[in-house]
Design a protein around this ligand. Structure first.
Ligand SMILES: [Mn+2]
Length: 311
């Protein structure tokens, strides 16, 4: 019999893996794509972020030299996109919380792809219910997002970390844009968890700020990466770009240290606002998700073969 002339490979999932290697029942981590933006205040379009990351991820090399293997070739399930509730961010955040609570109850590591940053309250609420006071949130972001409310909603992307700060110990890295009102909040609450981008940049190649970040974190950590934490020269596809951001390798080094020294229990990458025809930022975001998950898989002994990585 003649060989079939058309070959089908992979699935529409993170990394484009064969579906049989990505079953929910056998998964360690679950990708939750949430194509939602409504409170975006500058350039809109983060609702297209999750699909762009998934599409770009199909071209991410599965082998990782750091681990000497293909760390994610099994064990990552991708959910269908969560249908946003356009009645507003409050309802969508509640839907995300419910979805993540289900994943956590099933013992799955939740990884949300945004979408706008207001979504992060959902996973944090779900994880707070499980880990209580032991939960820290590590936010990588250009913006403090500590406003009480913004544009008449307390669930805006610009106030998301104020909501999070009510729930968990908050550490913020890469901040370089903050309002007078937020500074007042920082002063009044004696919030000492901001690592300013300018101070990090001033340290040059000195990464002694990294252990200082890690020391602030409690036992269980949720990591939220707003892609605008990166410098616009390497990550221009965001709704609200700010000059003076972080670069790829220092951020990876921070993530390595956090994963090594604490138990990371969930994560998100949000605010990708794709620029049509410009694939580099989409691929950057996909590679970041890959690296974050690979670090967690190595630490937990979830890589194929089951052994924790040689580091
Ligand atoms: Mn931001």
């Amino acid at each position: 019999m003649a060989q079939p002339r058309v070959h089908f490979r992979g699935g529409y999932n993170f990394l484009g893996l064969p579906p049989e290697d990505c079953l929910y029942d056998e998964a360690r981590a679950v990708i939750l794509p949430v194509p939602y933006d409504s409170t975006t205040s500058y350039r809109a379009g983060t609702r297209d972020g999750p699909a762009a990351i998934l599409m770009a991820s199909r071209n991410v090399e599965l082998f990782d030299r750091e681990f000497g293997c293909e760390p994610l070739s099994t064990g990552v399930h991708t959910l269908p996109e969560l249908e946003p509730d356009m009645s507003g961010p409050k309802a969508t955040v509640a839907a995300v919380e419910k979805a993540v609570a289900g994943l956590v109850a099933d013992g799955r590591f939740p990884f949300m792809l945004g979408g706008e940053h207001s979504l992060t309250t959902g996973p944090v609420r779900a994880l707070r219910a499980k880990y209580g006071e032991d939960l820290s949130v590590l936010q990588l972001d250009a913006h403090a997002d500590l406003r009480e409310a913004f544009e008449n909603t307390p669930f805006s992307h610009a106030s998301v970390m104020r909501r999070v700060a009510d729930l968990a110990s908050l550490t913020q890295v890469g901040i370089r844009n903050i309002s007078a009102g937020e500074m007042e909040f920082v002063r009044q609450t004696k919030h000492d968890g901001i690592f300013w981008a300018e101070d990090i940049a001033a340290d040059g190649n000195d990464v002694s700020w990294i252990p200082r970040v890690v020391r602030r974190l409690r036992k269980h950590v949720y990591i939220t990466v707003d892609l605008d934490v990166f410098d616009p020269s390497v990550m221009p596809a965001v709704g609200t770009p700010e000059p003076g951001g972080l670069l790829w390798y220092p951020v990876l080094q921070l993530l390595r240290e956090v994963v090594a020294k604490r138990t990371v229990v969930g994560a998100d990458v949000v605010e990708l606002c794709p620029i049509p025809g410009f694939i580099a930022p989409d691929f950057f975001a996909a590679r970041l998700v890959f690296k974050m998950l690979a670090l967690v898989f190595a630490r937990r002994g979830w890589m194929p073969g089951g052994k924790a990585a040689r580091r």
